[in-house]
Design a protein around this ligand. Sequence first.
Ligand SMILES: [Fe+2]
Ligand SMILES: [Fe+2]
Length: 402
Amino acid sequence: MKKVENVFTKGSSRRSFLKNGTVAGAATMGAGLLAGKAFAFDREDEDGRAAITRGDIAILRFLQALEQVEEDLWRQYAELGGTQDNEFTGLTGGNAAYSQALQLLDGDMPQYIHDNTDDEISHARFLDMYLQSKGAGSADLSHFRSLPSSTADGAQQIGRLTNLTQLTIDTSFWSRYRSITNPDFDATAKFVQAVPSLNVGKHTAIPRSNADTQGSVINLSDPTQSTFTDHLKAIAFTAGFHFAFIEQGGTSLYPALAQHVTNLEVLRILLSIGPSETMHFQTWQDKAGNATPLTDVDPVNNSTVTFSTLSAAQGETDPESQNGDTLQSNLIMPEPTNFLDKKFGPVAIIRPTSILNGGAVASVVSFVQDGLFLDPKSNKNTGIVAVLMRLAEEADDARRQF
Ligand SMILES: [Fe+2]
Ligand SMILES: [Fe+2]
C-alpha cells in the first residue's frame, strides 16, 4: 500500500511527541509498513491468538491521540454547560445562562454533556495505560495546549488543544443516516445539510465571554422562567449539532479501523469503545432536532446562522432523494442503506465504515475542516494537525495479518 503523500507530514519529527517513548515505540513509528511482524513486546499469544502487530499499535496510538482531542473539547463544554460535580476535576460552577440555553434542547443536556466528557476522559486514559502496558509509546499532545479558553464565567483559564469558537460544522450526518444512500457504496453521493448555514462561515458553540450571555435573564431556581436572547440560543443550538458531528465521527472510525486489527484483545478494545461513541451520537442527534427556528447574526465571527423547524420537516417520501425531504427530526434510527451489494437489499448499519471515508485520515481531515485547531491569533491551524495526520496515516496503513 502506497503511503499517502501529504503536506502535513513533511519535516516533523516522529519521536518528538511520543510519551514514554521507549525504543519499541520509536521503532514502531519509524517502521511504517512492516508486514507480518508481530509487535516485539506482546506476550498475549499463548493460546494461539495472533500477537499484537505494529499496525495494531499504530491504530491504538492514533485512537489514544484522537481521544485526547475529544477529551479536550468535551471538557470545555462540560466546564460551561455540564452538570457540576466532583466526578472529574476542572469544574468550577458552570455557566448558568449557557447551561440553561442548552436545556432548551432537552432538560438532561447538562448531565449528558458531563457524562460524554467523563467517557472521553476514560477512553484517552485507558488507551494510554494499555499502550504503556505493552511497552509502546503513547502520543503526548500537551505541547499543543496553546489555544485560549473562553473568558465566560465557568471556564478554566488554561491552554486548550481545540477551539470551539470558529467552527464550520458539517451537518450532513443528519441526512446521511436518514437516507438509503451509503457514502461507501456511492462515492458521488451528496447529503443535504440539516443546518446549511452552520456549514458556511465560522460559528461559536460556546460563549466566548460574558458578552455572549448578556441580555438573557436567568432564573436559577426555575429555568422555565428564564428568557434567552436569540444569540445565546444560537450558540447553544450550534453546540447541539456539533456534539452529534463529533460523535458520528467516532461511530464510523472504530468499525473502520477494527477491520485492520490483528490481535483479538486489541479488536475487543475497538469493538467495546466504538459502540459507546455510537450511544453518544444517537443521543445527540435526537436532542439537536429540538432546536427551534431562529436566525442570529454573530458580530464577532461576522456570520449568520439559521435554524429551521426540523420536527416539522417532511418525512421520507422518496428514499433516493437528495432534496432534503429526509430531515424529519424524529427519524433517529438509522434508515436501512445499501451495503456491499444492492442485491442484498437495504440494511440498517453504521456508515461509512471504509478507511477512505471513515478511517483515521478522514477523521483528522473532518476535524481540521471543522475548525477545531484554528489559532484565533494567526488564523492558522496549530502544529497538532501535522502530528495527528502522521499518526492517522500510520493507523490507516495497518493491515490485518494472518
Ligand atoms: Fe471517545
Ligand atoms: Fe466520543
